[in-house]
Design a protein around this ligand. Structure first.
Ligand code: FE2
Length: 261
């Protein structure tokens, strides 16, 4: 009997130890919150950025604020989209409220609006330009254009390197705030240029005219936190996140509006 009791006692001890071990295992396998989610919560979600009531809306970003790291930093992306771009959108809505412009498309406002109306001009430009800027960037892109766009760049600039040199020069030499552009002009040719402030190539009397398919924001708000006054480094960094597939789609679309002679 004594032996039997000892056996049962031993079995109970083993069972208890086993349960404890199981309990420990269950604690160990609890998965901590992924770092990415933590990072996301620090910078917020672009989809949460909403315009005040009005005709034009914020479209969100096709990627997270962190997605273009290390080339464009998350803090700058967040401030740029959720404050600067949002302000242009809200101020444009205020500027056109109660006017005929509420019935115009954004492109009509840019092409045919009164250039002396600074409030509409600056904010319509700022709204349009930033929408395009977010669209033509993406993570894990860069490299060089392919197919149709590559052929057009070779045709109109001689080579990709020649195009890039022209674009980098236009972006670097734009005095003060402004934008660098690759546009399709009215003959279907690709042209590089720059505009000051929030002007763009759809507006009348611009130094570069046509349908924009690629743009680079060279306002200091676009790069100062990471690059300070080193605009050249920012411009080089930008080429690591150019989504050439998106640019090519815009090129093909723009060609449809070219009037054949
Ligand atoms: Fe900007």
């Amino acid at each position: 009997m004594k032996l039997h009791k000892l056996f049962l006692l031993g079995l109970a001890v083993i069972t208890l130890a086993s349960c404890r071990n199981k309990s420990n295992l269950e604690e160990v396998v609890q998965i901590p919150e992924p770092e990415a989610q933590e990072t996301q919560s620090v910078y917020g979600n672009p989809a949460d950025v909403k315009a005040e009531k009005g005709k034009f809306k914020m479209h969100g970003l096709p990627y997270a604020y962190t997605a273009l790291e290390p080339y464009l930093d998350a803090r700058t992306m967040e401030i740029h989209y959720s404050r600067h771009h949002l302000s242009y959108c809200n101020n444009l809505n205020k500027a056109i409220k109660g006017t005929d412009l509420e019935n115009w498309t954004l492109e009509q406002i840019l092409k045919n609006g009164d250039p002396n109306n600074a409030e509409v001009r600056n904010n319509a430009g700022g709204y349009y330009n930033h929408n395009l800027f977010w669209e033509i960037m993406a993570p894990k892109t860069g490299g060089q254009p392919k197919d149709t766009l590559a052929a057009a760049i070779n045709r109109d600039f001689g080579s990709y390197d020649s195009f890039k040199n022209q674009f980098v020069t236009a972006a670097g030499k734009q005095f003060g705030s402004g934008w660098a552009w690759l546009v399709v002009d009215k003959t279907g040719k690709l042209v590089v240029g720059s505009t000051p402030n929030q002007d763009n190539p759809l507006m009348p009397e611009m130094p570069v005219k046509g349908t924009p398919i690629l743009c680079l924001d060279v306002w200091e708000h676009a790069y100062y936190l990471k690059f300070q006054n080193r605009r050249g480094e920012y411009i080089s960094s930008f080429f690591n996140v150019v989504n050439w597939t998106a640019v090519e789609k815009k090129y093909v679309e723009a060609l449809k509006h070219v009037v054949k002679p």
